[in-house]
Design a protein around this ligand. Structure first.
Ligand SMILES: [Zn+2]
Length: 419
C-alpha cells in the first residue's frame, strides 16, 4: 500500500519538459545534418556524451562507476547496502541512427532519479542507471558487448581484439575512452542486482498500430540463421539446351519458393523468415550457375517454433527435384528469452498507473542489453511506440506524450522495487 503511494509520488514528479530537453541535449552529441545522430561506440562524440551524463549524475549527487568494459553506472544511494534496482540502456548509435534508440532508456533512468529527488523519497535499495558499452555493434562486433561482458566477464579478453570498421582495435578505443573520462570509480563487473528494467522504443510498428502508448515486453525472440547451398554445373548459356542443364539458381529458386509459399502459415505461428542474402557463382550473365547460396533468418518466441520451422525446411527439401544437391547449414542460434513474470506484472500495473489503461504485451523482435541481463537477475522491459515503426534511421521518432508516459511507468515500477 505504502509502496504504491510512493510509486505514485515518483510518477507525479516526472517532469515532461526536463525529460524532453534532456533528449534534445544528448542528441547534440553526434547530431547529423539530417536531424539524426551518429554516435558510434567509444567515438569522440560518444565519449563527450558520457562526460555529459557524468556531469548530470554528479549534479544529482550520484556515485559514478565504470567497469572494465566501460559500462557506466550512476547510483543514487539507498538506506541499506543491498543490491540496487537498475535501469538503463545504451547511448551508442548506428552510423545513421536516431535520437531515441538506447538514449531513451538511459535518459528515462536519469529522469526517474530526478523525480525521486523531487518527491524527497528515500529508498531502502540503491537505484542505479547504467549506460552499456557498444550495444549497436555497428563499429565493433558483436553488439551488446558491454552487457555481455558484465554478465560474463571472461568475454572481455576476447572483445579487446575486435577490429572496428574504421580499423581501430576495441581494446585501444576502450583504454582511450577510460582515460578521457575522469573521476569515475572502478567497479567489478557482475555485481548483484535486485532487478533490471529497460525502457526502449519498439523499433517496429506493432505497438503504434495497437493504439496503445505502452507495452510490457514478454521476452526476446529466438533466432536461427541458415545457409542453404544449391549445387549446379557451370555451362555456356547459349550452347546448353534447357533440358540438359543443372542450373543452381533454378534449383535454389524452386526450393525457396516452397518455403516462401508457407510464410502465411508460419506467420500465424509467430514465425518470421527472411531471405536476406544471395550469392551466385560464378555470377556471370552468360554462364549457368554452378552454385547458388541463400541465407534464412528465422525468428520465433519459442523453441517449438524454431524446431517446427527446421522440420519444415527439411520436409520441403525432400519435395524438390534434385534434393540431394541442396545442403542446409545452421550457422547461428540465439535462444528465445522470457522476461521475469513478476516484473511483467509490476510493469503492467505501472503502465496502468501512467496511462489509465492496461498495456499490451509484446515480444521483442530486436535484441537488447536486457537479453544478457535476463540471465543475471530478474529482468523486464517497457516499449514506447515508434512512429511508422521506423528505427536505425534519422527519422526515428516517438510522440513526446508517449515518451513521457514510459518514463512515468518506469518511475512507478522502480520506486516500488526500491522502496
Ligand atoms: Zn537499442
Amino acid at each position: 500500500m505504502l509502496a504504491s503511494l510512493y510509486s505514485r509520488m515518483a510518477l507525479g514528479c516526472v517532469e515532461a519538459n526536463r525529460f524532453l530537453a534532456s533528449v534534445e541535449r544528448l542528441a547534440t552529441f553526434g547530431l547529423r545534418a539530417d536531424g539524426g545522430v551518429e554516435r558510434q561506440a567509444l567515438s569522440e562524440q560518444e565519449i563527450e556524451a558520457r562526460k555529459f551524463l557524468i556531469g548530470r549524475a554528479r549534479a544529482l549527487g550520484c556515485k559514478v562507476e565504470i567497469d572494465p568494459c566501460g559500462n557506466l553506472f550512476f547510483t543514487r544511494a539507498g538506506a541499506k547496502l543491498v543490491p540496487p534496482v537498475v535501469m538503463g540502456s545504451h547511448i551508442d548509435t548506428q552510423p545513421m541512427g536516431g535520437r531515441l534508440d538506447g538514449a531513451y532508456g538511459v535518459l528515462a533512468g536519469f529522469e526517474v532519479l530526478a523525480a525521486l529527488d523531487d518527491a524527497s523519497i528515500e529508498t531502502s535499495r540503491p537505484v542505479t542507471v547504467v549506460a552499456w558499452t557498444n550495444e549497436e555493434g555497428s563499429r565493433f562486433k558483436p553488439g551488446a558487448m558491454g552487457s555481455g561482458a558484465f554478465v560474463e566477464p571472461s568475454l572481455l579478453e576476447h572483445y579487446q581484439h575486435a577490429v572496428g570498421v574504421d580499423g581501430v582495435i576495441f581494446g585501444e578505443a576502450l583504454a582511450e575512452a577510460r582515460s578521457a573520462i575522469e573521476g569515475a570509480l572502478d567497479c567489478a563487473p557482475g555485481f548483484a542486482m535486485h532487478a533490471y528494467l529497460e525502457a526502449h522504443i519498439e523499433q517496429g510498428p506493432v505497438l503504434e498500430q495497437s493504439g496503445h502508448s505502452l507495452a510490457v515486453v514478454t521476452g526476446i525472440q529466438g533466432v536461427r540463421w541458415y545457409e542453404v547451398r544449391c549445387q549446379g554445373c557451370a555451362a555456356h548459356a547459349g550452347t546448353t539446351p534447357m533440358s540438359m542443364r543443372r542450373d543452381a539458381v533454378v534449383l535454389a529458386n524452386n526450393y525457396l519458393k516452397r518455403i516462401v509459399d508457407l510464410s502465411g502459415e508460419l506467420s500465424a505461428q509467430d514465425i518470421r523468415i527472411t531471405c536476406g542474402r544471395w550469392n551466385v557463382t560464378p555470377n556471370s550473365i552468360n554462364t549457368i550457375a554452378s552454385e547458388a547460396l541463400f541465407t534464412l533468418d528465422v525468428r520465433s518466441p519459442n523453441y517449438a517454433g524454431l524446431d517446427r520451422f527446421e522440420a519444415t525446411l527439411e520436409a520441403e527439401r525432400n519435395m524438390v527435384e534434385n534434393q540431394a544437391l541442396i545442403t542446409i547449414d545452421r550457422i547461428l542460434e540465439k535462444a528465445p528469452t522470457a522476461f521475469d513474470e513478476r516484473l511483467q506484472t509490476l510493469l503492467a500495473r505501472a503502465c496502468q498507473a501512467a496511462t489509465g489503461t492496461d498495456p499490451i504485451r509484446i515480444m521483442s523482435g530486436a535484441f537488447h542489453d536486457a537479453l544478457h541481463l535476463a540471465g543475471h537477475c530478474p529482468t523486464a522491459m517497457i516499449f514506447v511506440p515508434s512512429i511508422g515503426g521506423v528505427s536505425h534511421n534519422p527519422a526515428e521518432a516517438t510522440q513526446p506524450d508517449d515518451l513521457v508516459l514510459g518514463v512515468q511507468a518506469l518511475a512507478y515500477a522502480v520506486t516500488s522495487l526500491a522502496i
